[in-house]
Design a protein. Structure first.
Length: 82
């Protein structure tokens, strides 16, 4: 058999025999008090914290840039000859 004909058969075999790994976890079944669901929630909160931290850092950078530009404009206005 050539590899071109063998590849689709292998893919079909893997899809048919690998379905037991795709069963839903306890969080998906509605058992929200399991340790798996608690761990998943903790992971979501940590990731939300990191997103908030990065967004705060970006906002702080832009505040720094605006303040610096304002200060440099004030210095430039005071040092120009009349």
């Amino acid at each position: 058999m050539s590899p071109r004909r063998l590849l689709p058969l292998i893919v079909i075999w893997v899809l048919l025999n690998g379905t037991h790994a795709a069963l839903a976890c306890t969080a998906c079944y509605g058992q929200s008090d399991s340790s798996l669901a608690k761990g998943m929630n903790a992971g979501i909160y940590v990731l939300l914290g990191f997103v908030g931290l990065v967004l705060s850092a970006v906002a702080g950078f832009f505040v720094f840039i605006v303040r610096r530009a304002t200060r440099l404009q004030a210095v430039a206005a005071n040092t120009q000859p009349n």
